[in-house]
Design a protein around this ligand. Structure first.
Ligand code: ADP
Ligand code: MG
Length: 248
């Protein structure tokens, strides 16, 4: 049972009109691993993540997560089932503190609703897990800072804290290092390196140094199709991959 991949993507397809964004994609995510998904711009990487998390419907194919077929489940149900993904920066509430944003995530998980979100400060069922998540991304000292005043890198950390607060069984991360400075990227790499043991990660990332240092396996997507899956060495030495993507 533990050898069973936590996430199985089987023959997924998605077209936008005449454009085939994902083309018969089959791949899986094993427990304890980071599986990186690389490929040129427009290859269909983000589309695939959106199909998995339920943000986009699929034309055909299956997603099996933790033994369950996710067909018919919307994004919120998939998140409740343990499929974690980062919230986009644009979904952060800028006039809330960092802590309060994480509390919103915890709240969505618990399914509690507060009218106008008042009186939540004193609710330990929200503040404690939210603080714990901030601590894990080293943002606890910034808990009370208004999100609008956080740096770009700190906002990206905050997104990860929000995802962590939902206690996911697996992570889908779409370019988590984008816009981060070298220092922030380095910290994030260290963090993801440990995180895989708690929740395996399907990682889309353009930073090849990060991919090569983190990935247990890499899949290469070109024009919506998986052209290769293998170890870092397999992929680096694959002539078709070098031609299509690595450019040498
Ligand atoms: P990647 O993340 O690999 O850069 P995307 O998944 O964002 O690629 O996009 C794959 C292709 O699908 C691109 O050609 C893109 O323009 C197109 N596409 C993505 N989303 C939509 C959409 N909502 N409507 C129409 N075309 C889209
Ligand atoms: Mg993308």
């Amino acid at each position: 049972m533990t050898n069973q991949p936590i996430l199985q993507i089987q023959n997924l397809n998605k077209s936008f009109g005449a454009l085939t964004a994902t083309d018969d994609v089959t791949l899986d995510l094993k427990r304890g691993e980071i599986h990186a998904l690389i490929g040129p711009n427009g290859a269909g990487k983000s589309t695939l993540i959106k199909q998995i998390c339920g943000q986009l419907s699929s034309d055909s194919g299956k997603v099996i997560f933790n033994g369950r077929d996710l067909a018919g489940m919307d994004m919120a149900e998939r998140a409740k089932a343990g499929l974690g993904r980062t919230f986009q920066v644009s979904s952060l509430v800028m006039e809330f503190s960092a802590l309060r944003n994480v509390m919103l995530a915890v709240q969505s998980k618990l399914g509690t609703s507060y009218r106008f979100f008042k009186n939540v400060r004193g609710d330990k069922s929200l503040t404690e897990p939210a603080m714990a998540a901030l601590k894990r991304v080293n943002l606890e000292e910034r808990a009370d800072v208004m999100t609008a005043e956080l740096s770009h890198g700190e906002r990206r950390q905050l997104e990860i804290a929000m995802a962590l607060a939902l206690d996911p069984k697996a992570f889908l991360l779409d370019e988590p290092m984008a816009g981060m400075g070298p220092e922030g990227s380095k910290k994030l790499i260290g963090f993801l390196d440990d995180l895989r043991h708690e929740a395996p990660i399907l990682l889309i990332e353009h930073d090849m140094d990060a991919v090569f240092s983190l990935a247990d396996r890499i899949s290469v997507l070109v024009y919506g199709r998986v052209i290769a899956t293998g170890s870092v060495d397999d992929i680096r030495n694959n002539p078709a991959v070098r031609e299509a993507y690595l450019g040498s």
